[in-house]
Write a protein that binds this ligand. Structure first.
Ligand code: PHE
Length: 502
């Protein structure tokens, strides 16, 4: 019996050779079918045992413009080294700017030279002086040698390839070539001839209304067939994960809070029993805005917050006795945490008086005047949350975190006692980085003090937290630098290829 194949499969089957491997590209050229059709048909034929597919992966590196330039003129750090060597003996300190002049490096090359000179142990650069402490032939420098090798297409060690890539001197492309050849079964089937099967790929409304859908033969989909990568716009993983966090908290019975990004210090700090001379309130930490002060603060709450600061709450509370001024409380800052929203909701000012039990959350931007580094940006997303109920304990808090993070596959949380002016007890949360194994701080939490709750009119317990969304992402996806997902240095590959599973 002759076999029946859908049209594209028939074409590829007939173009495949019994003796010679043909690449997908060759087949595409011969048959005028698009590459993705060749690929789809080939995988389907392979699944039927008619052809076999061989996959070869190869990577090819080529010099960037900068790399080619250094191939000709030699690496900047080597030119600096040579200039220093010409100035005199090893282990002698020479004037750095003089050495730079002699090396005739341009401005860009100078910074490249300086950052690689010490890394490669050529010597030291310190306080305007440069020393060379190694005697070697600049032509033998491994990175210089590698540039030549790459130019000539010679294979190299992966470590040096990675180094040159990170210096932007080479680009590496991954090449996958697939080729097909007929199998024994394919050869004998082809001898018997091939017919086009009448199978259809799409079910149409007509087939349904005419009722002939039952007798039709359908093409099977091969969902494992390789397809060309599709690079289109997509939701950023941070935004996607934020949505997942919101859904998770809603499923745990929480409601979402909303509120201003720029808010009065009253809601951001004073309600939180942060003394007005607290270091976190100096404008090094918080961004103050030069806009008119807040109006409409609720006078009864302002008065109680002030007395909580000055004299404390309850028999043992003593307050701070430090100066408290309403003018400070009225100043507008970008919020350094979303705990300002929790204060607005707990006080009844956001959506009216709340009776326990209650659960609220937000996943929103906060702004801090931090120093940029791999784990800090000037803004991040905070996962704020609180539970209001009678008789809460630290156990309730730990249990809530354990359950929340478990839903993201994170099960090895660590808790560490901590201090916040507004919670007692307080603790920080840590999680283990999946790649480095390092413990990284992922949040801060505690039970609000009476000094916070009573002025707001809350008479039961409230446990609360602020977690960093970006740190949750680090634990989930294993990247190490927050700048991989934010800003101009972001890792496009990571953003394109990371799935946010639900
Ligand atoms: N505001 C704290 C922070 O930004 C988080 C927190 C909120 C801690 C509520 C305890 C209670 O780090």
């Amino acid at each position: 019996m002759t076999i029946k194949l859908p049209k594209n499969q028939k074409i590829v089957f007939e173009a495949a050779s019994p003796t010679e491997e043909k690449t997908f590209e060759q087949l595409s050229e011969e048959t005028k079918l698009k590459l993705e059709h060749i690929s789809g048909a080939s995988f389907a034929l392979e699944a039927q045992g008619l052809i076999s597919i061989t996959t070869l992966s190869d990577s090819k590196s080529s010099l960037t413009d900068e790399g080619s330039h250094y191939l000709q003129h030699s690496l900047p750090e080597l030119r600096l080294y040579q200039a220093v060597r010409l100035m005199g003996e090893l282990e002698t300190a020479f004037n750095l700017s003089q050495a730079i002049d002699q090396s005739s490096l341009n401005k860009n090359e100078v910074s490249v030279a300086l950052s690689n000179y010490a890394r490669k142990d050529y010597g030291t650069i310190n306080q305007g002086k440069i020393i060379s402490s190694r005697d070697f032939d600049p032509k033998s420098d491994p990175e210089q040698v590698a540039l030549t090798a790459i130019d000539q297409g010679t294979e190299l060690d992966q470590s040096i390839v990675t180094r040159l890539e990170s210096r932007g001197l080479i680009n590496t492309n991954q090449l996958t070539t697939r080729s097909v050849i007929l199998t024994k079964k394919g050869i004998s089937e082809r001898k018997k001839g091939v017919k086009i099967s009448e199978s259809v790929t799409n079910l149409t409304p007509q087939m349904l209304s005419q009722g002939n859908w039952e007798g039709i033969e359908y093409t099977t989909y091969n969902v494992e067939a390789e397809a060309a990568p599709y690079i289109g716009g997509r939701v950023h993983i941070l935004r996607d994960t934020a949505e997942r966090v919101k859904d998770t908290l809603v499923s745990m019975g929480f409601q979402e809070m909303e509120g201003p990004h720029a808010d009065s210090e009253f809601w951001i700090n004073d309600c939180l029993f942060m003394p007005q001379d607290h270091p976190a309130r100096t404008h090094w930490d918080q961004f103050a805005l030069s806009v008119p002060p807040a109006q409409n603060l609720p006078p009864e709450i302002v008065e109680k917050v002030q007395s909580s600061h000055l004299d404390g709450i309850g028999t043992y509370g003593d307050g701070y006795h430090s100066p408290w001024s309403e003018d400070v409380a009225l100043g507008i800052d970008l919020r350094g945490h979303t705990t300002s929203l929790s204060m607005r909701y707990l006080s009844g000012q956001a959506i009216g008086h709340l009776e326990p039990p209650q659960r609220f959350f937000s996943v929103e931007k906060v702004y801090r005047n931090d120093t940029l580094d791999p784990t800090h940006l000037l803004e991040f997303f905070q996962i704020e949350g609180w539970v209001m109920a009678e008789n809460l304990s630290v156990r309730d808090l730990m249990g809530t975190f354990t359950e929340f993070y478990r839903r993201f596959g994170i099960t090895n949380l660590k808790f560490k006692p901590h201090y916040n002016p507004y919670t007692e007890p307080s603790f920080e949360l840590f999680g283990e980085h999946p790649r480095t194994g390092e413990l990284i701080e992922i949040g801060n939490s505690g039970l609000f003090r009476d000094e916070v709750l009573r002025p707001l009119g809350v008479n039961c317990d409230v446990m609360a937290w602020g977690l960093a969304l970006e740190r949750l992402l680090m634990l989930m996806y294993g990247f190490e630098d927050i700048r991989d997902v934010h800003g101009t240095l972001c890792d496009l590959n990571l953003l394109r290829s990371t799935e946010v599973p639900y």
